[in-house]
Design a protein around this ligand. Structure first.
Ligand SMILES: *[C@@H]1O[C@H](CO)[C@@H](O)[C@H](O)[C@H]1NC(C)=O
Ligand SMILES: *[C@@H]1O[C@H](CO)[C@@H](O)[C@H](O)[C@H]1NC(C)=O
Ligand SMILES: [Cu+2]
Length: 140
């Protein structure tokens, strides 16, 4: 029983996983991968590898682009503008606090990157898919 209690206490720490996302690979207006499925306490690490972008939560539909400063919540996020200067590749780490779907995009260019499909989904669902969100962004 004691061993089981110790083991159960360790499980959350053991299972927390980091999900890496590359932003702006090869100079493109992209998040790679475009979607991540994560558990509470996992992290999503956005690494910005070219230009000057943000990872910011927004609405699934409607006025998707540009995402607002601070991001759309609850439990949203906003990396702020992160520019690659010289060889630095800035990172933004988001710790997952719920399993609800979250939709994010880049706010650069007054929404032009977002409308070009620079979009990302955390825990999308069958009703709220990444593909539909990306269409909504391009139409907004
Ligand atoms: C998340 O971490 C908190 C604080 O360490 C812990 O209390 C909670 O049980 C964890 N939740 C999950 C689902 O792992
Ligand atoms: C990044 O873009 C923002 C918004 O266009 C701008 O305010 C900021 O100066 C840029 N940063 C760099 C280092 O170019
Ligand atoms: Cu961008």
């Amino acid at each position: 029983m004691l061993l089981k209690a110790v083991f159960m206490a360790l499980i959350p720490t053991i299972l927390a996983v980091d999900h890496p996302v590359t932003v702006g690979e090869n100079g493109g207006l992209t998040f790679d991968p475009t979607q991540v499925f994560a558990d509470v306490n996992d992290t999503v690490t956005f690494t910005f590898v070219t230009k000057n972008h943000t990872a910011t939560t927004t609405t699934f539909s409607g006025a998707v682009c540009p995402p607002p400063v601070g991001g759309v919540g609850p439990n949203g996020w906003d990396s702020g503008f992160l520019a690659v200067v010289g060889t630095t590749t800035p990172q933004f780490v988001y710790t997952v606090v719920d399993t609800a779907p979250h939709f994010a995009a880049c706010m650069q260019g007054a929404g032009s990157h977002c409308r070009a499909g620079m979009t990302f989904a955390l825990n999308p669902t069958a009703d709220m898919t990444y593909a539909q969100f990306n269409l909504n962004a391009m139409d907004s």
